[in-house]
Design a protein around this ligand. Structure first.
Ligand code: PMP
Length: 411
């Protein structure tokens, strides 16, 4: 089992006082903190190896290229992709989903086709499909949710038909704390000759992911939500699709030959990576993968589940507090969206911050979901490997204090 108390020593940022209280960081669904090992990898790169990749023959360029490509191999192994040619480096989940919408969408989605997503998607898994639907005169459709907040698989079977070109769903929700049955959805999609796109931003950091076992055609995620740097992401795609797709950006690094009026592209994965890439952060991502693998993804999942089993009943026991999504801790990930009766979630988050507890409030980039739930906004606490039961207690105490404050006007 993970020893969070020990792990915390490796995350210097956690050891600080905020508003006179020791920091309790519970905004991990927005971004996670970085361990020393990742910070060290970034510093080492800039101290010793900084050079441009792929083109140079000098020693630093060779080192930088080696480390950059070694990170790609680490990611391949981490998500069980067949080959590194299928692992594209991006800026984040958003970029990955936009690339699929642009490149796959422009090549394969036709007028009258249908694109199926769900009501629980993050804006970055909605807007690229709205744009594609408009460009191609395709139709965007939504899979309904059950009253508990699960994906309604009966509705999925109705929405996904022979007209469907593409299904795109989050592996784990950033609001409802549910994990979606991607393998089943992929089977459904493939039975109708549609491709399965997965927004893995909230899944890869928290559980073992095997893109081949899921049979995902595309799978996008972000480094910064898994102890890695910002500005770095991954798009996995099956070779058979990537080979048929055009790059989204053009320029240096991605070319084979450039003639006056036409050019040819490098092989996969480089044909998608125009310009000088984010070398340092790719190497930082590799260090994050090493870090998480050393802890063990199943252990990470089990540890977070133990925190949820501890904190969820305590939250549910607070009078006037509503938890969104499934009520059974076994069905709930470490993302817990909630509201306190009569108090705006922004006020809740501000009051919790006064107690040193960092949570998020707002629509969580999921406005269609919040409309669907008929709530304008929620507060959200989200847990990760370095959070402890003490952090959970501090959250519960701070919520109690917030309730008292709004009842009596003092905290
Ligand atoms: N999808 C989900 C489910 C997310 O939680 C997020 C991040 N909030 C994203 C996509 C977008 O990730 P990024 O901003 O790193 O591109």
């Amino acid at each position: 089992m993970i020893n969070a108390q020990n792990l915390r020593q490796e995350f210097p940022i956690l050891n600080q006082i905020v508003n006179d209280e020791p920091l309790v960081y519970l905004d991990n669904a927005a971004t996670t903190q970085k361990p020393d090992a990742v910070l060290q990898a970034l510093t080492d790169y800039y101290h010793q190896n900084n050079a441009n990749v792929h083109r140079g023959v000098h020693t630093l360029a060779e080192r930088a290229t080696h480390d950059y490509e070694a990170s790609r191999e680490k990611v391949r192994r981490f998500i069980h992709a067949k080959e590194t040619a299928e692992v594209l480096f991006t800026r984040g989940t958003t970029t990955g989903l936009n690339w699929v919408s642009r490149s796959f969408g422009d090549a394969f989605v036709q007028e009258g086709d249908e694109i199926v997503i769900s009501y629980m998607e993050h804006h970055s898994n909605i807007i690229p499909w709205q744009q594609l639907a408009t460009r191609k005169k395709a139709k965007l459709k939504y899979i309904a949710l059950t009253p508990e907040g699960f994906l309604d698989m009966e509705d999925a079977k109705r929405q996904i038909t022979d007209k469907t070109a593409l299904v795109s769903v989050a592996h784990a929700s950033n609001v409802l704390g549910v994990i979606n049955p991607i393998k089943e959805l992929a089977e459904l999609a493939h039975a109708h000759d549609a491709v399965m796109v997965v927004d893995g931003a909230q899944a890869v950091p928290h559980m073992p992911v095997d893109v081949q076992a899921l049979d995902a055609d595309f799978y996008a995620f972000s480094a910064h939500k898994m102890c890695g740097p910002t500005g770095m992401g991954i798009l996995y795609g099956k070779r058979k699709w990537l080979e048929q797709m055009e790059p989204v950006e053009f320029g240096g690094e991605m070319i084979d030959f450039v003639h006056l009026y036409e050019s040819t592209w490098k092989e996969l994965p480089w044909k998608f990576e125009a310009g000088t890439p984010n070398i340092a952060d790719a190497i930082g991502l590799g260090a994050a993968v090493d870090y998480l693998e050393a802890l063990g993804m199943q252990e990470i999942h089990d540890y977070e589940a133990s925190l949820v089993a501890y904190v969820l009943p305590k939250l549910q026991a607070i009078e006037g507090l509503t938890v969104y999504g499934p009520q059974n801790p076994d069905d709930h990930t470490g993302v817990i969206a909630f509201n306190l009766d009569g108090i705006h979630p922004h006020d809740v988050a501000t009051a919790l911050d006064m107690e040193g507890v960092a949570v998020r409030a707002g629509h969580h980039c999921a406005q269609p979901l919040l409309n669907y739930l008929d709530v304008p906004a929620t507060a959200r606490a989200s847990f990760y490997i370095y959070n402890t039961k003490e952090d959970a207690d501090r959250l519960v105490e701070a919520i109690q204090a917030t309730k008292e404050f709004f009842k009596h006007g003092t905290i």
